[in-house]
Design a protein around this ligand. Sequence first.
Ligand SMILES: Cc1cc2nc3c(=O)[nH]c(=O)nc-3n(C[C@H](O)[C@H](O)[C@H](O)COP(=O)(O)OP(=O)(O)OC[C@H]3O[C@@H](n4cnc5c(N)ncnc54)[C@H](O)[C@@H]3O)c2cc1C
Length: 310
Amino acid sequence: MTALVIAEHDNQSLKGATLNTVTAAAACGGDVHVLVAGHNAGEVAKAASQIAGVAKVIHADGASLADGLAENLAAQVLGLAGDYSHILFPSTAGGKNVAPRVAAKLDVAQVSDITKVVSADTFERPIYAGNAIATVQSGDAKKVLTVRTTGFDAAPATGGSAAIETKDAVADSGKSAFVGREVSKSDRPELTAAKIIVSGGRALGSSEKFQEVLTPLADKLGAAIGASRAAVDAGYAPNDLQVGQTGKIVAPQLYVALGISGAIQHLAGMKDSKVIVAINKDPEAPIFSVADYGLEADLFVSVAEMLELL
Ligand SMILES: Cc1cc2nc3c(=O)[nH]c(=O)nc-3n(C[C@H](O)[C@H](O)[C@H](O)COP(=O)(O)OP(=O)(O)OC[C@H]3O[C@@H](n4cnc5c(N)ncnc54)[C@H](O)[C@@H]3O)c2cc1C
């Protein structure tokens, strides 16, 4: 029994989600191999070989794999699938784009967003926006899994010394072409990797206030900034900051929710945070039911006070 993890990377560095996925793969019970499919991604393959617990890295390098096009990457994975009992992708936009193609071509049912490996064929996954946990047993010969990274600790990035085997990259499928990419640049930590997140809701009232209140606090705490969907829909914050069921799933050490009511769709994205602090002027706000520390107050006053103390 051997599991194949599809590495998440940008051809230069290995993304943290890969480490959590390796932990999930190890829990399936056999050896863990990692596929690094990219272009000029030698450094990524090297980094993958150093992950503790990885027995082998397969490095496929070529122009067809430069931009993570789902058709080409799925073909690369399918070429290797015969050797593996489990194929695991991080449950990121990239992983979720490729895994269903692999599962469909293998004619197996994908098990999505697993948060626990019970045994080699049985997995837990949240349903109903995280309000219930389903235990799913797969009877398929090969398991194609996407892994909710917040459900698994990151495997140590160093300590391993796996062999790197090179494979030819698949030919370009010709079905899709990479047109362009707009990457938002920020000095802040990335939302899904941040240890501290300061998040703002509808109560902020405008994009100017959102910036004015959250930025200094996030700067002081070295935090990433998040937002509720209401704040995003109202244009106070960009879409990629949204936390929740239809946004990003996060589990930082500290999550500070400012003027966020705590709708189930928001909680679905952050309730696994280690410590939750909520400031809300409504004592009945549902966010207080998950908060470790709740402050019933006007956020504009209390954030200013917090900044003075910090
Ligand atoms: C299919 C679906 C998917 C969704 N996905 C998401 C998702 O991914 N993420 C998400 O966040 N939402 C999501 N939603 C929306 C969700 O249901 C809520 O509408 C949204 O989370 C509310 O955002 P909010 O808490 O900022 O706003 P509100 O619910 O309006 O809450 C604002 C809060 O601010 C408090 N407040 C007001 N003024 C102050 C002040 N001065 N000081 C302190 N507190 C103050 C109020 O008491 C209130 O509790 C989804 C909804 C649907 C139907």
